[in-house]
Design a protein around this ligand. Structure first.
Ligand code: AMP
Length: 460
């Protein structure tokens, strides 16, 4: 087995890693650390739980000149929670390297506090590593010019797909343009679609693209479809939790309204649950995270975006109340369990409306097994519920729909091509299409019911 020592790291660093509980590098660390140590820029597809944070923190620390009081690395993260998590991982090294200075710049703390001691008055105060959200980093480093950046050797763009979705690339651009040419740029992202790759070209000449572990086949996770039939998803969740009694369940829903509804339902039933959705303000998010990490709450209900990258230990079961429109998110959800050699289960609550997405997921080759949810048990089945033909029909585009389409287009129009705008427009248009599709289905069902009644009435 390869050890950290064989990666050409100093004995002090290997010993610090050992004391922190890291004996052997994870696959992503094994691939990224040697490359990063050469100073090469890279793009790495990997997600939380793979050990990606240390795959950049370790080489950053290895390359930092601790006797030089200059900022030598910057890590940008899409949310203050993620930034804090990375900061804490980095801070843990200060016990073994007391000269190593790390600062966290996010909106969690007041700007004045962020600026304290770094306003260029004293070089001693310059942190070697800055971990920040892009907005605050731009504010402090670019707008306020609070620290000289000529000594920066490495920039890390962590969770790049989320940074793009949140429209942070303008701020990143501003910071990037302050750095000297040839600065090593390491990009980490759970997903890597064409749009993101095109966006990344300005930072990284992606000669080194490491596609991470194949998260679709992450070995420790067993994938299951649960046919919930006509039972509503919330009732199904209640039943499922009573039957399965998970140690720690992470429940995902794509929409924050559904996250809130599931949370409210569980609380009503007296289940100790924590909700983690975009509706929470900063303080509430912090509180929720604290609760989650305390391990006293057996159920966490979360939306995809907010749950991204948050490191929760010992998740035994992941439950998807729906399938996300971007199916790569499903694997991201499932990957929150079965980490670092542990096993876990990922359950998809399925009803017949979701056949198309379910089939698309199955087509990706992951092996699933199948269950039907009864009132007091999960009964294994052959999965024939997924083999039924999808009810499909076309409906005419009405004048109303045309109007809604142009409104959606106008609302998402932009004169500047901003990151994420295509996704926003696609979502807005999907919403309109969905609304009219549902309307058309309802009409069709009404038509058919009327026909049945008419036929019955004729018989009488
Ligand atoms: P990350 O993917 O960076 O969010 O890391 C996920 C978890 O893995 C964190 O709790 C780390 O402490 C842990 N971790 C990172 N590297 C290793 C390693 N080499 N061995 C064991 N645990 C690790």
């Amino acid at each position: 087995m390869t050890t950290f020592a064989s990666l050409n790291l100093s004995p002090e660093l290997v010993s610090a890693l050992h004391k922190l509980g890291y004996d052997n590098p994870s696959p992503v660390q094994l691939r990224v650390i040697p490359k990063a140590l050469t100073g090469a820029s890279l793009v790495c597809q990997s997600e939380t739980g793979s050990g990606k944070t240390h795959s950049y923190l370790v080489p950053i620390l290895a390359k930092t000149d601790l006797n030089l009081p200059r900022t030598q690395a910057i890590v940008l993260c899409p949310s203050r929670e993620l930034a804090r998590q990375v900061y804490e991982f980095a801070f843990a090294f200060t016990k073994f390297f007391p000269k190593f200075k790390v600062r966290l710049f996010t909106s969690e703390t007041e700007k004045t506090q962020n600026l304290e001691g770094v306003s260029g008055r004293s070089n001693d105060a310059a942190p070697h590593l800055i971990v920040a959200t892009p907005g605050r980093a731009k504010d402090i480093l670019v707008d306020n010019r609070a620290l000289p950046l000529q000594g920066v050797k490495t920039l890390v763009i962590d969770e790049a797909d989320m940074l793009m979705e949140l429209g942070y690339f303008d701020d990143i651009d501003a910071i990037f343009s302050e750095l000297k040419e040839g600065t090593q740029t390491m990009v980490f992202s759970a997903t890597l679609n064409q749009e993101l790759k095109a966006n990344l070209e300005r930072y990284v000449d992606a000669r080194f693209l490491y596609e991470g572990e194949d998260h679709k086949t992450a070995s420790g996770v067993a994938h299951h479809f649960v046919d919930v039939k006509h039972i509503g998803k919330l009732e199904a969740l209640d039943r499922f939790l009573r039957i399965r009694r998970p140690y720690l369940a992470l429940v995902f829903a794509s929409k924050k309204e559904d996250v809130n509804a599931a949370y409210a339902h569980l609380r009503e039933l007296g289940v100790e649950a924590v909700a983690f959705s975009g509706d929470l303000d900063a303080r509430e998010r912090k509180q929720a995270l604290r609760k989650i990490k305390s391990n006293e709450y057996p159920v966490v209900v979360a939306s995809d975006l907010l749950a991204r990258g948050i490191d929760i230990d010992d998740v035994s079961d992941v439950i998807s109340l729906d399938l996300p429109s971007d199916l790569s998110y499903y694997y991201h959800r499932a990957g929150r369990t079965g980490r670092f050699g542990k096993t876990g289960d990922s359950w998809i609550f399925y009803n017949a409306d979701e056949l198309r997405r379910a089939k698309a997921l199955l087509a990706q080759g992951t092996e699933f097994d199948y269950y039907t949810l009864k009132s007091d048990s999960l009964v294994p089945t052959d999965g024939s519920f997924l083999k039924k033909r999808e009810i499909r029909f076309k409906h005419e585009i009405s004048e109303d729909q045309k109007r809604d389409i142009s409104i959606a287009k106008a609302k998402t129009a932009t004169d500047k091509v901003k990151p994420g705008y295509k996704a926003k427009r696609r979502k807005a248009l999907e919403k309109v299409a969905g609304k009219y599709r549902r309307k058309a289905i309802k009409e069709k069902v009404r038509e058919q019911t009327n026909k049945v009644y008419a036929a019955k009435a004729k018989k009488k």
